[in-house]
Design a protein around this ligand. Structure first.
Ligand code: NAD
Length: 292
């Protein structure tokens, strides 16, 4: 029997993929064409290559077109910017991402801010960040968008609740804090970071605790209020003697915190699967507006 304490990100992501695939099929049937997501990959960082490959696979699964623009690690900034310019102008491409990190000699900010905001399906340009801040329609970054969907689709009430976010990164902590506090979502949000004092005094007040701290099993049971909803964003590979040679844990001590939480995301299988599906969602949205 399903454990209804567990927020099953894998299952929710599969449901969203089916919804997206149905819309893509309809676009193809109507002769509009399939959404097209491109990725720019500079260098041979193994993790980046893995991410880009899994994004490609996910695209194909829902019937989208994907293409990857690969550049060697000694590509110049100008070469990268030329590709960005090409992608901005090419009507065939609905949305694209630049896989980070870029090699050190390339100015990441300059590259990201050169992306056409209408194709910025990662939601990293100043335009999309500004629109998000204003609560206007825009592309939300994938991981926070995925977290919001997890909460909504698990029936977690957000309006009026106290959300405590641990972490203020530009890709997770800060955007999720903004998104949940806007009109329409209406949470009261406290954002904590490395300089926060008396962290525990704040986390025990959380109705919803979102943890994006990047430290292995950082949140223990005594930091959590009885009945809280706990969202664990962390991903850490721990070496072991298993066949795979590792297992994955999060930023929350799941075993301890599970007992106190009313709902909790597992790692793996919680927030992780939602990130790629959120990128697909943004690509579909871009294609709908581009192919009108
Ligand atoms: P980051 O390292 O950029 O940010 C960590 C944040 O934690 C910082 O804002 C810092 O101020 C805060 N912090 C550090 N020590 C603290 C302390 N003692 N008390 C309170 N706050 C403290 O991390 P990130 O990029 O936001 O990622 C966080 C985690 O989520 C990582 O494990 C990362 O691998 C994972 N992640 C997962 C996904 C996904 O798809 N599931 C996506 C992005 C990141």
């Amino acid at each position: 029997m399903a454990d209804d304490k567990i927020i099953d990100g894998k299952l929710i992501a599969e449901t969203m993929k089916k919804e997206i695939a149905a819309e893509v099929a309809e676009m193809i049937d109507k002769g509009i064409g399939a959404p097209h997501l491109a990725a720019v990959l500079v260098g041979d960082d193994e993790a980046s290559l893995t991410y880009v490959t899994s994004k490609e696979k996910a695209c194909h699964k829902v019937g989208m077109i994907s293409s990857v623009y690969k550049l060697s690690s000694n590509a110049t900034e100008e070469e990268v910017l030329n590709i960005i310019d090409f992608l901005n102008k090419d009507d065939e491409i609905d949305g694209y991402i630049v896989q980070l990190p870029l090699p050190e000699h390339i100015n990441e900010t300059k590259v990201i801010q050169s992306i056409n905001p209408n194709k910025d399906v990662d939601g990293f340009t100043l335009c999309n960040i500004g629109l998000m801040q204003l609560g206007e329609p825009c592309y939300h970054p994938a991981t926070p968008f995925g977290i919001k969907e997890l909460l909504k689709r698990s029936g977690v009430e957000i309006a009026g609740k106290h959300v405590v976010v641990i972490g203020r990164s530009n890709i997770v902590g800060t955007p999720i804090s903004v998104m949940l506090s806007r009109k329409g979502t209406d949470a009261t949000v406290t954002i904590c970071h490395s300089k926060t004092q008396n962290l525990k005094e704040l986390t025990v007040q959380a109705d919803i605790l979102i943890v994006a701290v990047g430290q292995v099993e950082f949140v223990k049971a005594d930091m959590v209020k009885e009945g809280a909803v706990v969202i664990d964003v962390g991903i850490h590979r721990i070496k072991d003697n298993s066949e795979k040679g590792y297992h994955i844990v999060g930023d929350v001590d799941f075993k301890e915190v599970y007992k106190k939480a009313s709902k909790i995301t597992p790692v793996p299988g919680g927030v992780g699967p939602m990130t790629i599906v959120s990128l697909l969602y943004n690509t579909l949205k871009a294609a709908k507006s581009n192919k009108k």
